[in-house]
Design a binder for this molecule. Sequence first.
Ligand code: PGA
Length: 249
Amino acid sequence: MKRRLIVGNWKMHKTIGEAVAFIDALLSLEPNLDEVDAVVCPPFTALAAVRDAIGTNRIGLGAQVMNAADYGAFTGQIAPRMLVDCGVRWVILGHSETRMYCGETDAGVNAKIGAALRHGLTPIVAVGETAEEHDAGRTRERVVAQARAAFAGYRPDEVARCVPAYEPIWAIGTGKSDNPQSADAVMAEIVAAVEGLEQTRMLYGGSVKADNLAAFAAQPHIDGGLVGGASLDAESFAELLAIARSADR
Ligand code: PGA
């Protein structure tokens, strides 16, 4: 049985003080982290302070984006080794918002997976269809194409070190989560399309909250959530961890 995993994607939220206050509040709730993995992805400016606030507690630190290059003339970009230097062990790649607002492409995600693995970072690789693609019945075709492009050229043992996340774009931040069974069916197609993924944990994302997480986590191909809005409050995040820990399958 794969350990459940909850990843909080804070997006462009929280100053250093707010981020540290979140970790302090979460730890004061004493979440049981024995049977569930928790990761928070603060903005770059708060990474070092969040690392210090986490200390030796079992909470992983992730980044929301990175460049594939080790160094160079890339104004505004952050290299994998800078993340590692900061205590980061996870990185979100291919989020629909970085695809949309930061020009992240399938080819870029593909290169960044290799860069992340080389530096010992676990890539959380997001794929998802737009509302138009969903309505046109093109969901599976779209996400399978994205997953194939992301993982092209990697050996199954490398693919197995990644965590794919299926996030229907129309479900992100809208309160309209997907139906757990249909999300699971899409995720089964993703697994079937890329050798190695059967060994990984897979996340669903898109309006995950305390009242729907159990239904997602009960699905055979869903091992946890990539969570935006509901990860910003410590009590809400602790509740998600408790639900993921005890979800039936
Ligand atoms: P949401 O965001 O939980 O606020 O829908 C999810 C995400 O973008 O990863």
